[in-house]
Design a protein around this ligand. Structure first.
Ligand code: SF4
Ligand code: SF4
Length: 401
């Protein structure tokens, strides 16, 4: 749905402070002055290029403030626009540059023979010798390891049953380069539902890491290319579907908040989150419900960027249709990592503090496996608890036939 432009100014702020009460970073970091002041108020009050609200850099773009706002102010987007403005006149650091350009880094790695192996080795060595810390990346973390073969390359050898009904898989960077098994699961589930999966090699990274680090112009280029491609698929009546909740939020919602253009609204109507799409099939009575029974209890961490899409919890609803499956909602707020935010050395402690409630919930161990639709949420949970969560699609792929 087209968001009213009024929501993208601070003028509709009622000063109710609901956004502050729901901001996980504000609760974890006293240095952060919070969403009401940083987005709406400062946006209205600033007088010159030099007048910068310096606590703006604490915002993780988790979007909890937007959901809490009774007046519909897109607070997090105002923050990202203010950050973009800041970087018009300020240099990025090395760590911001590296963390924003995940797609570019992966492409470089893939150009070298055995590049993924060498890069993974280099990241381990870099961690041991404290090189990441020196350049501003959290030394406590493991950088995401590259899969030996990216999904889009592996996809060329996947044999599918041809079908009239088709979907385009938007993998996003993380599924393509780090967790191709989620792409495999997507193909298996879509084939079980009578769809053939297509890949569009011309898509770019959705741009979410670029926006978070203030590379606004590059993010706009990505948006422009991706919107052009989505509209091409729309003309052919083929939907674009993604299993990454940050990608789906970006393509459906954030593009038109950040770069207000009519064609972006049109493109957004042809994009679906993976379980949103399966839920539509379910509503039409077209979902393949041939599930093998599975006697398991899953703890579901719902990503902030899924909650922001206001599509409910389709993964939980569909998985609960499998005989023997129970889904418990973790209901413990933001995991704290917010994409590349928790990878910054100066944000690591905040990111872990934000996630404390979730980590405590997981420590109860009253489940068999953890599920979450967001790649970086899965990384954060694994980092804090040593338990490796899986994407809900991977569960469906185990039982769908
Ligand atoms: S996006 Fe998240 S961190 Fe940023 S102000 Fe809103 S709630 Fe706080
Ligand atoms: S929740 Fe919305 S209306 Fe209330 S203070 Fe925050 S931005 Fe203003």
């Amino acid at each position: 749905m087209k968001k009213e432009i009024a929501a993208l100014t601070g003028d509709y702020c009622l000063s109710c402070t609901a956004c502050m009460a729901n901001c996980p970073v504000m609760a974890a970091a006293k240095e952060y002055r919070g969403p009401k002041l940083v987005g709406p108020a400062h946006g209205r009050m600033h007088f010159s290029q030099e007048d910068v609200e310096d606590s703006l850099e604490f915002c993780s773009n988790c979007k909890n403030c937007d959901r809490a706002c009774p007046s519909g102010v897109a607070v997090s987007t105002l923050n990202m626009l203010a950050r973009a403005k800041y970087f018009e006149t300020h240099e990025h650091t090395h760590s911001e540059n590296i963390l924003a350009h995940t797609e570019r880094m992966a492409k470089l790695v893939r150009k070298i023979p055995f590049g993924a192996t060498f890069a993974n080795l280099g990241m381990s060595v870099g961690k041991i010798f404290g090189i990441f810390k020196m350049i501003g990346i959290a030394g406590e973390r493991d950088m995401p390891r590259y899969a030996s073969m990216p999904f889009r390359k592996k996809f060329r050898d996947i044999v599918q049953k041809p079908a009239d009904k088709k979907v385009v898989l938007f993998t996003g960077c993380y599924i393509n380069d780090n967790e191709p098994q989620v792409g495999d699961a997507f193909v298996k589930v879509m084939q079980a539902n009578g769809y053939e999966v297509l890949i569009d090699e011309e898509f770019n990274c959705c741009g979410s890491p670029l926006v978070a680090m203030g590379f606004f112009d590059e993010a706009r280029e990505h948006a422009s290319n991706n919107v052009r491609r989505i509209l091409e698929w729309k003309k052919k009546n083929i939907p674009v579907v993604t299993p990454c909740t940050s990608c789906s939020l970006m393509l459906k919602e954030e593009y038109h908040e950040l770069f207000d253009e009519e064609k972006i609204f049109e493109a957004a109507t042809n994009v679906y989150d993976a379980f949103e799409f399966l839920d539509i099939l379910d509503e039409r009575g077209e979902l393949n419900r041939n599930f093998k029974p599975l006697d398991k209890t899953f703890l579901y961490h719902v990503p902030c960027h899924l909650k922001s899409q206001a599509i409910g919890l389709p993964a939980a609803e569909i998985l609960e249709e499998i005989n023997g499956v129970k889904v418990k909602l973790a209901d413990a707020g933001c995991c704290g990592i917010s994409g590349n935010y928790g990878f910054r050395k100066d944000r690591y402690e905040i990111s872990m503090k934000v996630g404390e409630k979730l980590f405590k919930r997981i420590a109860r161990k009253d489940f068999d496996e953890i599920i979450s639709d967001c790649g970086t949420c899965r990384m954060q949970i694994n980092h804090a608890t040593k338990i490796q969560p899986v994407h809900p699609l991977e569960i469906l792929a185990r039982v769908n036939f």
